[in-house]
Design a protein. Structure first.
Length: 243
């Protein structure tokens, strides 16, 4: 697994420019290979602290009830596995049709090839759809040097959370949980471009005990990489605030 570097960025830029140029006069719906008539396909290369690097493969669809199977193939044509249709996140939007996001973690082989991964979506009526995602096997470093430091005991509620900038990361997202309330998630940040998050006023209370994690990613939506290619997740960081 390679670390992000200038050669990879140059290759990515060339591929992305070529893809965009070829689609210049067409709509995204007709050119973006991640989209099919029945949903959206994407793969992320994930670096988490509690397991070896893996792919997080997903397919989101409003036609989930009619999907029979989703099989994924690597760039060299070999099988990477199937999405487990029993593992999904439901998305409800009153203004739109409900959808499911099928999510499955798949292993990354030692000697794997960068390139277009393919998903074959088979429907219960016999139809088949093909989607593609370009995968580059870089590995996003995990966030470090958090402030407040892990297991900090603070005298005042912090106004911000910060960490060291990660090479290759263009965006971050922070998730905050209240450990006194069954570790309930109390805040999800928007994507932020700098390694510092200003906390909403009143979110962190005196006498509280909190945890937070940092997700880093390399992009936010391209016709080459989908939502993003390369991401990492920090371990759970905790702090408490005096009464």
């Amino acid at each position: 697994m390679r670390q992000s570097g200038k050669p990879i960025l140059v290759i990515f830029a060339i591929l992305l420019c070529a893809l965009r140029a070829s689609a210049q006069t067409l709509s995204i719906e007709n050119t973006d290979p991640h989209y099919t008539g029945v949903g959206f396909f994407d793969i992320h290369v994930c670096n988490w602290p509690d397991r070896p690097p893996f792919y997080m493969a997903l397919f989101s669809s409003t036609r989930y009830a009619n999907i029979a199977s989703i099989h994924i193939y690597r760039a060299d044509g070999s099988s990477a596995g199937e999405l487990n249709l029993n593992l999904f996140r439901s998305v409800h939007d009153p203004a739109k049709t409900d959808k499911r996001v099928f999510i499955t973690q798949l292993p990354i082989l030692k000697d794997v090839t960068d390139g277009w991964f393919t998903a074959i979506i088979k429907m219960k009526d016999g139809r088949e759809f093909t989607a593609k995602d370009y995968v580059i096997h870089t590995l996003m470093p995990i966030a470090h040097d958090p402030l407040p430091a892990d297991k900090s005991e603070l005298t005042d509620s912090p106004v911000s959370l910060s960490w060291a900038a990660i090479p290759g990361a263009r965006y971050y997202q922070v998730f905050v949980r209240d450990k006194w309330d069954d570790d309930r998630k109390i805040f999800t940040s928007p994507l932020i471009a700098k390694p510092v998050l200003t906390l909403p006023t009143g979110l962190i209370k005196r006498g509280g005990n909190y945890s937070w994690v940092i997700h880093a990613r390399d992009s936010d939506g391209t016709m080459l990489l989908g939502d993003f290619n390369d991401g990492s997740l920090s371990g759970s960081l905790t702090f408490s605030v005096a009464q």
